[in-house]
Ligand binder design. Sequence first.
Ligand code: B16
Ligand code: MG
Length: 219
Amino acid sequence: MTKAFIFDLDGVIVDTAKFHFLAWKNLAESLDISFTEKENEQLKGVSRVRSLEKILEWGNVSITEDKFNELMAEKNEEYLSYVDQMNAKDILPGVLETLKYLKHNNHLIALGSASKNARLILDKVGLTAYFEAIVDGNEVTKAKPDPEVFLMGCQFLKVDPNQAIVFEDSQAGIKAANAAHMTSVGIGSVDILSESDFIFNDFTEIDEQTIHALMNFNK
Ligand code: B16
Ligand code: MG
């Protein structure tokens, strides 16, 4: 059976979560809304629109549609100013080795990200060529925990969803993979990712043997 390996982007391939955090924090504080790492965790894997809606809900603040769009644009502008400084050094430890191994062994690789900036980021860090399919925030209509983003990846690759292995750092993304009966692999802390089929701190813990274990796992 052909397997598909689907990678989330932010928090899995690169640590852009720290850039989202800075930009959302500045935005929230400009509205007198408190924003810490705890709130940031809840925005991981969540779309830009839904993230701003959540921040406004937390602060009990209502604004006009024009102001909403203005804040979204400002947040993205600040975020992109950080992204602009990125290069191959920003690829998280072990990721390149895993991608090389999968490619070398002719496994199918897709990206499944909520970010509308995903293609730009992959280009900046020089990883675009590894992906047979890229599904990002521009294609999907339903955000994680809906599995649409990963199901589309499988469709592009012509692989059954139950043959897919998803690498994710967010609770919403793990729920999405589980909902589609895919093998869910959490990258990060067990406190956050306890619903995953497998959990690793980072890709340096994933070797050839581990990849075989992921491929042989039946839900
Ligand atoms: P953008 P992922 C997600 O990416 C991030 O985790 C989330 O924090 C962000 O709000 C979302 O992308 C949208 O990003 O503003 O660039 O469109 O983790 O699904 O790769
Ligand atoms: Mg993520």
